[in-house]
Design a protein. Structure first.
Length: 157
């Protein structure tokens, strides 16, 4: 697999829902899909629409799969404030083709060993989760996704 600090796309705005699960899903799934030359569709910040064709249950299944493979040290200093986005390219058979930390996190990874360990743990969780729990019939909706890993969201629930 690729080095975790490669490639990138600009991040999108996070949405917020009214119930805790919907709110977590919208903050966690910042981008879904891939269409035409732009390559991305945002998750939407309107608090109502579901991102790019995945149902809430499908999003929850993916989040559960990824978080079940994510090993972090909850006692690490400053970890509650950490957040990292991982761009995932997925093959039609739902296997992760490539996962990488967005470029905007690379400078911090280079200067902060604790953050680097945090980001790499999220990257490893993606690789370990392959094949992903995604509906095969909706490949165009999830062939490229960006997931935000944030312990603050996990621990506040």
């Amino acid at each position: 697999m690729a080095d975790p600090i490669r490639t990138p796309a600009p991040p999108t705005a996070d949405g917020a829902g009214t119930d805790p699960i919907t709110d977590l899903v919208r903050r966690t799934m910042t981008e879904l899909g891939g269409t035409g030359a732009t390559g991305d569709r945002g998750a939407g910040a309107d608090g109502g629409a579901e991102p790019a064709g995945l149902t809430l249950q499908e999003q929850q299944a993916l989040i559960a799969q990824l978080s079940g493979n994510w090993l972090i040290d909850p006692g690490a200093p400053g970890i509650a404030g950490y957040s990292v986005e991982i761009r995932i390219d997925v093959d039609p058979d739902r296997k992760v083709r490539e996962a990488r930390v967005l470029d905007r996190h690379v400078p911090r990874m280079r200067r902060d060993p604790a953050f680097r360990a945090f980001a790499e743990s999220a990257w490893r969780a993606v690789l370990k989760s392959s094949p992903l729990a995604l509906p095969p019939a909706k490949y165009e909706s999830w062939k490229q996704i960006t997931v935000t890993f944030s312990p603050e969201d996990m621990f506040e629930r």
